[in-house]
Ligand binder design. Sequence first.
Ligand code: G6P
Length: 571
Amino acid sequence: MCGIIGINSNEEFYIKDAVKRLKRLEYRGYDSFGYYDGTILFNQVGHIKIPNTDDKSSRIILHTRWATHGGVTKFNAHPHQSTKKKVTIAHNGIIKNYEELREKLIKKGHEFTSETDSETTAHYFEEKLKTKTIKEACIDFLNDIEGEFALVIMVEGNENIYALRRDSPLVLGVGTNTNYVASDIYAFSDITNMAIFFENNEFAEIGTDHFQFYDKKGQKIQKEVQTFKWEQEESTLQNYDHFMMKEIMEEPIVVKRLLFSLKTEQKINFEKFIDLMRKAKKVTFVAAGTSYHASLLGVYYLHKCGIEAQTIIASEFEHFIGVDKDTLVIPISQSGETMDVIEALKYATKHGAKIASIVNVPYSTIQRISEISLNIFAGQEICVAATKSFVNQVTLMLAIAKEFGYNVNLENLPQRIEEVFTMKETIKEIAKTLFKQKHLYVLGRGLSYPVAREIALKIKEISYIHAEGMMGGELKHGTIALIEKGTPVIGLLNENDYDMRSNLKEVAARGANVISISNKLKGDIMISTSNDGKFGILASIVGQLLTYYLARELKLPIDKPRNLAKSVTVK
Ligand code: G6P
């Protein structure tokens, strides 16, 4: 959440080009954005707009905000400046002890102009710099501040940019005559593939052609430059109106790419991963949001082949006992940066567990803190709602389950996905009958239950229709009270699932408008597979398309739904 960038170059660049770079991080938050180029402090509420100016600069810090402390207002938009305008900052994270610090600084004459926790850091540095060097101020900051931060700082009269990290992601991009510092590699991955990742409690002085990292005591540290490789599709919309549709349409390609990688570049890692699973006494997945649904499917698949596994929602992880040295913890995360997952992993590591992760973004924090990591190779996903990354997470779950005896042919999965795409018009027509509804229910049993939850989540986040994904069997224990004439109920009706058929009859008897997604059995949407694992993936794609068309009917901002962010780096 929140994206920050600093650029320091010995050549001038257009400010609008720097803002285009910030746009690449917009999925991290889009409540407001701003920049400071050493002279002009600009900020504005709303999505990032590329400024219509030919102004140039050689040094800039930029920020795109997902509001935590303080409303979505111009005053709360970053960058923030200290009272005498000596220090300007852009921050991602939460300064937990900001209220005490703020009171002390106000007593010393600082005037605050925002409600944010972040502004405190600008005043903190200005106060420190009255008596100390910037390096000394950074060391004090690391000692005095409680909370999380990726922070970039510009100080009047100093030609460098300073950057500090604790728990929020931060990476240095090493270019030619230009250095970049940003929340993630997307900010500069079109320019350079050389990066250095900040670890916790490190800071760096970043010049145009030099940089120096320091630890929290101020000792110089030499860090290795990593050369990253990032498989990705064209990051423009091409002929699509929205990234969501473009990314859904990429699903057959990314599935192929993942399956190919498991036989080639990821083969050894895949074998090691399976080996760790075999040796572990306990296998516990941990994830959030859509990735949690992928992990839940993984648990169902593994149980189908006699392997006990469980999954825990990341933010609740530490309330569950039983993580020890015999446990293999498997985090699943698209971004590899979700704070709740990282916190769960810290807890797991403290209790001796091994970490084997599944991520999409390479070199992300979760990948770097894992003993072993598999990449799902979905490529960059720009739409806030996960689509192709979910499909690849689940494909990988099936590939893992296959190693334990689950019977599934994955080779024809891309073709089956293409077949779902041929039903787009039918799905669009269904959306036209549903978009005015306020509530809908999605029912699944067994392997289709996590899919029901995923479809409901997608509908909620993109079309803002209240949707509940439920176990078919659980419906009669309360929720059925909400079914009345015309209530839409989407049923995931697997071949031979007689219980599910009964559940749908039960709601139909109470007037529900049943829309069935089925394999073999006659349904509103017919998917051709007899495998219940593949049925789930394909049904989830029907759900993605349905969501897309619902949101289109409702004229909603499909790629950037309100209040959400793609990378959730606060607790
Ligand atoms: C956010 C995103 C979701 C995502 C979840 C977990 O809520 O909007 O799409 O599923 O975070 O993120 P992760 O990157 O860990 O998969």
